[in-house]
Ligand binder design. Sequence first.
Ligand SMILES: [Zn+2]
Length: 241
Amino acid sequence: MKVEVLCRGFPGKADVGFLGLSNVALITAESERILFDTGAMGVRLNLLHALEKHSVRPCDVNKVVLSHLHYDHCDNAFLFPNATFFVSEDEWAYATNGDDLLIPYGIVEFLKGHNLTLAKDETEVAPGLELISTPGHTPGGISLALNVGGNKWILAGDAVKNRVELATGHADMTLDPTASERSIAKIRKLAHRVLPGHDGWLKVEGERVIAEENPSLTITLPEGIKGGRDGVFRLNIEALS
Ligand SMILES: [Zn+2]
């Protein structure tokens, strides 16, 4: 089994709006091409390029797990018409009855017209890949636990958005802080390695959370606008120690 991050999440917030940069991961397991989340509309072309680099056509993706239905995780779902989509029962109930403004217009209708599996805790996506219920950020958040050579790797979506949330056990921007704490504790207990919704891979060693990589973001201003280094700003995230 291989796991590759196709679009990289970034843990920063901006004052004028959401950056919406979340992780999109490709899992290759035997003949299966499985995506965990699909990213926001802004990364659509980057996602298609990344798939091409891995010689995967969108029509080859046979399963898509949506950690929850916020736009930065599911905007690009419609690129994968042949896939079976996994959404938790609770998230489906929330999205079909609720009024969360971060759920994109049209996603429910799209999913209704496609192959949709309403998942629960312990639903198997493929051999060695199991969904675990991790509510809090939204009522139906799910994470994907992968069995990799006896170790558990967890793709957490926004149950854990970044290294600080995994290290402290508390989540920012959650609909239910108590449920979030339980979900983070559940992930800490199970995982050897965690991919948060908006940060790089984290290793869990007992009480320690170790960032394996330091995401960066480069913002380029139009020529003629001064600032940064010749109009280029680089934001680098340094590891917690
Ligand atoms: Zn998110």
